[in-house]
Design a protein. Structure first.
Lengths: 263, 223, 474
């Protein structure tokens, strides 16, 4: 089922990718979904978007509601089982499926086996492009100095660090300027940001200061939750940094207003 | 057999879902204790002897100790006098009542005032001898005993330790092997000492000389 | 110590607004993480050692009864005594009885978190015995009647001027009449004052970083040398150790030591690592005449075989505190009990109850940095999540939050319904944002909009647009 070099094969051998859009991209930033489709198709995949998808269940899982998390996991597993790969434009949701789904079914061997099979073929978008498909460059243009925030789940659960940077290096007109402490949490944390808003605000405040201090004109990251959080803080503080999901830049889909920009 | 003891052990066994260990499993644990296996040892600790000495010196210096190499044990007293004079320190010494140290030619240093005993408050400089040096972190290993009172290592402002180069080993495990070869079991205290006393408890800035010695001077004697 | 974990949120808020605390916390962030990283960069085997350490401690926990009994036998064989304490009250009682038996009036103490856990200082003082903390940080906070805010740097919440004030207020009686803010001078002052206390103490109490079963040895690591003066000068040495501190052999301790100080202060090894076995030997000319080890359970044995067993691997290095963005923002006191930071957020609910400390495992973004730096590879976020599950099962989480979660899960499990709701949500949010592209204030999301704008959706949901595109294509 795993195809080592799918882009070289005939149309019949093209890998079928089920795109897990993620609830935040679906609601807030459809452009990211279309950017993901474009990047996957450019890399030789056939992309489908199952309609029977909503959320991966992480909010329930992290709130201690295992039953709801399991129900959502079963729904997602059933919807995505037919595909060669499952790809999400999010390290957080990707990490949920890849690392946490199997543990959700520790007392249910049948579902655990299904969860493990799904886990094995689930990837975050950028790491799928680079680590699985072997993509080394993209055809895109973006004039600007960008800084990249390493979202926690992508970085620490999926070890995504160099992959987005490598692809960004191939974007014409783009230069990368690292902020200090790019690996420190932005304070989003799903329900954390509403359960502990003051703490969350402190963390995103420090993050915003690092972003501004980097001198970059654009902030990129791979997770909508973190992006909404950082964009909201930067804009509240009057910073002029534009905020985009990394997929938008890699796909050359930056003609739409940045996150939280008027338009 | 206290009630607390029995209850704690019972709760542990309940959690582990078994009774007291017996039979083969127990024998395996006994064997492991009788012949302790070595776990992973970092490559830096597995050097040829000459390089071990170099590494020991480098790391002891990095830990803010001072090190002076002398040709042989007989050269130690003169080196100690030179050190005290360089540092502008008094010439009163408390010497560990160790026959090997006592046998050194201290008589040739008439400026020294030497007492052989444990340390007391007010002692400025003490000289002790190390059982081993451990290269992997530049660490001295001293054993307590009638010839090597532990107070010498902590009460004085200046701690001078005599170490023979052939007592330097690579890894911590090598030091334990030497201790086992000695065949006298564990002394009351084994001190591993790496540099002089320090604290960073005020604003995380390191200051030397917290409660133990302000200076650690190692006289490294060949062989 | 009376816990204040129940008011964690208010504690955290106060901490965020405490200017002196915020100034002091900068020292933490600029210090430990960088030093740790530098030390680890010099040891290529570090990650392999973490695996070895984890496996070793798992081995210990699987055979904890056997090793504890062996440890006890070896201590006894060397003329020492082991005392077993089920809880804090028993441990305090044992220590008091030992002190009374030698008519102790003052007790010097090396740094011990177990001592904090059982509230020993207050107990001894209430029984007429003066406890004197000798670790510089512990000494400072004892003068200020505070508890440690960090497990290895107890006074990290303080600035030098606060230390100067404390010394100035207490050291006049020893002839130090001038107020001094220089850290070096402050340390020298403490050294002189405490030297006399070391010499006059009747009993010395230390903790234990490890208890070696093979030899009946307790091990402490320090940089100041206070732990050594505490144990070699008085007639009696009491070691407080919790039952999970066991290391089978001296070789095994060596593995743990390679992990401990690098993870803690970023040192390759601490200045002093001291291995203590029994009382002074008949031929010795110094050292304690009595050697007692108090083995404290206090709820730990109940963690074996359960979902929190892995927490017993903790060697108290503090790396998880030092790398935690929440700890870094508020310091340790806000956690409201003895153990702060991620390790405390897992351990505290176990030791004092999730009904009291339930806020702690919730106060995490699960950013995972703690697990990433833990030398014993303890899955700290997973265990905080286990506490949230316990809370959820016991209906301890707030009702409004539970209702919201349930409602959301109801829709999320019905994708068609969910998608029609998100279509409406997208329109409403976009309408609320108007032309700005973002919402400045949203009553139901006050926690968000009090400090941040909320970017609005772009327009139609992805699913809507995708469906339209598929229709066009076909």
């Amino acid at each position: 089922m795993m195809k080592e070099n799918p882009s070289a094969g005939s149309p019949a051998s093209k890998p079928r990718v089920g795109l897990f859009v993620t609830c935040l991209v679906d609601l807030f930033r459809p452009t990211v979904g279309f950017a993901a489709v474009k990047l996957l198709e450019d890399a030789g995949c056939v992309v489908e978007v199952p309609t029977a998808q909503s959320c991966c269940g992480q909010p329930a899982y992290n709130s201690g509601d295992r039953a709801a998390a399991r129900a959502l996991a079963r729904q997602l597993i059933a919807a995505f089982e037919p595909f060669d790969y499952v790809v999400a434009p999010s390290g957080s949701c990707g990490g949920m499926i890849k690392h946490h789904y199997p543990h959700l079914f520790d007392d249910d061997p049948a579902w655990q086996a299904r969860a493990e099979r799904l886990s094995a073929k689930t990837f975050e978008l950028v790491s799928f492009l680079t680590d699985v498909l072997g993509v080394e460059q993209v055809e895109a243009r973006y004039t600007g100095v960008v800084t990249y925030h390493d979202s926690c789940s992508g970085l620490r659960e999926l070890r995504i660090k160099h992959q987005p940077r490598r692809l960004l290096a191939s974007v014409e007109g783009l230069s990368l300027r690292e902020m200090e402490e790019a690996e420190v949490c932005c304070g989003f944390g799903g329900t954390f940001c509403v359960k502990y808003p003051e703490l969350s605000n402190r963390m995103v405040g420090e993050k915003a200061a690092r972003i501004v201090a980097s001198g970059a004109d654009t902030l990129l990251a791979g997770d909508m939750g973190c992006l909404l959080n950082m964009a909201g803080k930067l804009q509240r503080e009057g910073a002029t940094v534009r905020v985009r999901h990394v997929a938008e830049v890699l796909a050359g889909m930056t003609d739409v207003p940045a996150i939280g920009e008027p338009g | 057999m206290s009630e607390a003891r029995e209850q704690i052990l019972a709760t542990i066994r309940r959690g582990l879902q078994r009774g007291p260990l017996a039979g083969e499993r127990r024998e395996q644990l006994e064997a492991r204790l009788a012949q302790p296996p070595r776990n992973l040892i970092p490559a830096r600790a597995a050097l040829p002897p000459a390089e071990q000495v170099e590494l020991f010196v480098t790391l002891a210096l990095a830990a803010a100790a001072t090190v002076e190499r002398v040709a042989d044990l007989a050269a130690v007293p003169a080196a100690v006098v030179a050190f005290l004079s360089r540092e502008g320190l008094p010439t009163d010494l408390v010497l560990a009542p160790d026959p090997d140290l006592t046998a050194l030619p201290w008589d040739g240093q008439p400026t020294l005032h030497i007492e052989r005993r444990a340390a007391v408050d007010g002692d400025k400089t003490c000289v002790a001898s190390a059982f081993a040096g451990i290269a992997e972190t530049g660490t001295l290993m001293l054993l307590s005993g009638p010839h090597s009172p532990t107070t010498l290592n902590f009460l004085p402002d200046t701690h001078i330790v005599v170490l023979r180069a052939n007592r330097i080993v690579g890894a911590y495990e090598d030091a334990w092997s030497r201790l086992r070869e000695r065949g006298q079991g564990m002394p009351r205290t084994v001190n591993w000492i790496t540099g002089p006393s320090r604290s960073a408890d005020i604003e995380q800035t390191i200051q030397l000389g917290a409660h133990g010695p302000l200076r650690l001077h190692i006289v490294l004697a060949d062989p | 110590m009376h816990p204040t974990s129940q008011t964690f949120k208010a504690n955290a808020s106060a901490a965020l607004h405490d200017a002196a605390l915020q100034r002091a916390l900068k020292n933490l962030k600029s210090g430990f993480p960088g030093k740790r990283a530098a030390a680890i960069a010099k040891l290529p085997e570090f990650d392999a050692l973490r695996d070895a350490g984890r496996d070793l401690k798992n081995h210990v926990l699987e055979h904890l009864d056997f090793y504890l009994e062996r440890f006890e036998a070896q201590v006894t064989a060397q003329g020492g005594q082991v005392h077993w304490a089920r809880d804090a009250a028993e441990a305090n009682r044992i220590v008091l009885d030992i002190c009374r038996a030698v008519e102790a009036r003052t007790v010097t103490k090396g740094k011990s978190m177990v001592s904090e856990e059982i509230g020993l200082n207050d107990f001894l003082a209430a029984n007429g015995i003066e406890p004197i903390e000798t670790d510089l940080g512990e000494y400072i906070i004892q003068l200020r009647h505070e508890h440690p805010s960090h497990i290895i740097a107890p006074a990290i919440h303080l600035n030098r001027d606060q230390v100067a004030d404390a010394f100035h207020a207490h050291h006049g009686q020893y002839g130090f009449t001038e107020r001094n803010e220089n850290p070096r001078a402050l340390m020298s002052e403490a050294r002189q004052v405490l030297r006399q206390r070391f010499l006059n103490a009747d009993v010395g109490i230390t903790g234990a970083n490890f208890c070696v079963a093979e030899t009946g040895t307790t091990v402490i690591v320090t940089n100041e040398g206070n732990g050594d003066l505490t144990q070699i000068l008085p007639r009696v040495h009491i070691v407080l150790a919790s039952i999970e501190k066991i290391a089978p052999t001296l070789e095994d301790v060596s593995t743990f030591l390679r992990l401990l100080s690098r993870s803690a202060t970023g040192q390759e090894i601490t200045v002093y690592t001291t291995f203590s076995s029994g009382p002074r030997r008949p031929e010795d000319v110094d050292g304690p005449e009595q050697f007692h080890v108090v083995l404290l359970d206090n709820g730990r044995s109940g963690m074996l075989g359960g979902e929190f067993q892995d927490m017993l691997r903790c060697i108290r290095c503090s790396a998880c505190l030092n790398h935690c963005p929440v700890y870094g923002a508020i310091g340790g006191h806000a956690y409201g009990w003895v153990y702060p930071g991620p390790m405390g957020s897992v351990l505290t609910p176990q030791l004092i109850g999730v009904d009291i400390a339930g806020a702690l495992p919730n106060a995490s973004t699960f950013c995972g940095r703690c697990e990433d730096v833990c030398p014993m590879r303890i899955p700290l976020p997973a265990m905080m999540r286990h506490w949230r599950e316990r809370e959820f099962e016991r209906h301890l989480s707030p009702a409004g939050f539970r209702f919201g979660l349930r409602a959301w899960a109801f829709f999320a499990q019905r994708p068609k319904l969910y998608q029609s709701v998100t279509r409406i949500a997208a329109r409403v949010l976009r309408w609320l944002g108007g032309r700005n592209g973002r919402i400045k204030s949203l009553p139901l999301a006050h926690g968000w909009t009090a400090w941040r704008d909320l970017p609005t959706p772009q327009g139609q949901t992805f699913q809507q647009q995708w469906a339209a595109r598929q229709e066009k294509r076909s």
